[in-house]
Design a protein. Structure first.
Length: 383
């Protein structure tokens, strides 16, 4: 009988819910079963909901507001699952589990200045299970962090399972709110995988666009405004001096470092330099591109295939700036070329992680997260 899993992803960009229904193929002896997308949908957040989510990303956010939205998002995530099943005409009895990443509102890994790390994702798993009648795997990051890891990124495990190659090195680039990379040496075991957040992705570009437009425009469509601007090289050098870019992997980041407060300070600085809006976006775009390219160059010296996914791949100016810096031997391609639709990739990954949880297979990679050992990740909430 065909078995399915569902993945739910609400990313750092805080722009909506991605839901992916996948078919899992366990017909081989490999611990990495095959996966295929059956159906995918996106349920955007409205302006008010997105504002409430971003307000919770503050250290001073009230706990009652967090609790209210925790349950409300659980309801919306459950609705996304029910709509996904209705549109795909798949029986919920054939779905083994829902893997829900949740909406991250705080992510503070342990480090020199923080002996005890923690992470908080909202979107109540019990509410999802109750609303759908399907068991939920959630809290994917917690056990890795309990074992000394960053709890992020988690998608490199999926990248290894799906994209590994015997013949060529591959770099998987995902540009969401945060940009992250997975380095897959050819013929390597899962333990040879390297992955980390290179720094901000769309969160700085979108945040800046919203501030410039007074909240009327949420992103620079196709990077068109940036394309008309001029790079301020002095400012780019200043932005690259941020301490995060001097850290070596394992490392992860989020809105705590590059969120609204960062964007507001950046806009004030840009205005003091009398930059035009198009120059602001061009410089910010080049900044994101430089952090990504620098991150890849720091760990990958031999030729590689670049496979990209996430919302950032639709930003023509950004992808052009990245590839110019990497001097690729052949053009980059989207993950779609390998059977994994770019916009659905992360939601598919959490469906896959949920399936592996049910099989008792550890899904963190210590070489990526810095954890002391490989562990089973997730918490099971029965329907």
């Amino acid at each position: 009988m065909v078995r399915y899993a569902i993945g739910l992803m609400t990313g750092t960009s805080a722009d909506g819910i991605d839901a992916a229904l996948v078919e899992i193929n366990e017909n081989s002896d490999s611990e990495f079963p095959g996966v295929q997308l059956v159906h995918f949908l996106t349920m955007p957040y409205d302006h008010h909901l997105r504002k409430r989510v971003l307000q919770l990303c503050s250290p001073k956010a009230p706990v009652v507001a967090m609790g209210d939205l925790h349950v409300e998002l659980g309801l919306r995530l459950g609705d996304a699952v029910n709509q996904l099943l209705a549109e795909s005409h798949v029986s919920r009895q054939t779905v083994c589990a829902i893997g829900s990443h949740g909406q991250t509102i705080a992510h503070y890994p342990s480090g020199e200045s923080r002996p005890l790390g923690f992470t908080i994702q909202i979107g109540d798993a019990a509410t999802i299970a109750s609303r759908t009648g399907i068991g939920v795997v959630s809290e994917f990051r917690a056990m890795d962090m309990a074992c000394g890891g960053q709890g992020a990124p988690l998608v490199p495990y999926f990248d290894y399972a799906v994209f590994r190659s015997l013949n060529e090195d591959r770099v998987l680039l995902n540009i969401g709110g945060v940009a992250n990379v997975t380095i897959l040496p050819h013929g390597g075991a899962v333990e040879t995988t390297v992955g980390f957040d290179t720094g901000p992705g769309n969160m700085v570009l979108d945040g800046l666009m919203e501030l410039i437009s007074g909240g009327t425009i949420h992103y620079d469509h196709n990077g068109a405004l940036a394309q008309r601007g001029c790079l301020h090289r002095g400012l780019l050098e200043q932005l690259m001096s941020h301490p995060y870019f001097k850290k070596v992997p394992p490392k992860s980041t989020g809105r705590e470092e590059f969120g609204q407060a960062y964007c507001k300070a950046l806009l004030r600085h840009m205005k003091a330099l009398q930059l035009r809006p198009e120059d602001m976006l061009r410089t910010a775009t080049e900044f994101v591109a430089e952090t990504i390219a620098q991150g890849i160059r720091g760990v990958q010296s031999s030729p590689f295939a670049l496979i990209a996914s996430g919302g950032g791949v639709h930003n023509t100016s950004l992808m052009k700036a990245i590839t110019e810096r990497l001097n690729l031997s052949r053009p980059w391609c989207m993950s779609d070329s390998y059977g994994i639709p770019s916009d659905a990739k992360e939601a598919m990954a959490f469906a896959y992680l949920a399936w592996q949880f049910l099989k008792g297979r550890p899904t963190n990679i210590p070489s990526v997260t810095g954890a002391q050992k490989s562990v089973l990740q997730g918490t099971w909430t029965p329907p």
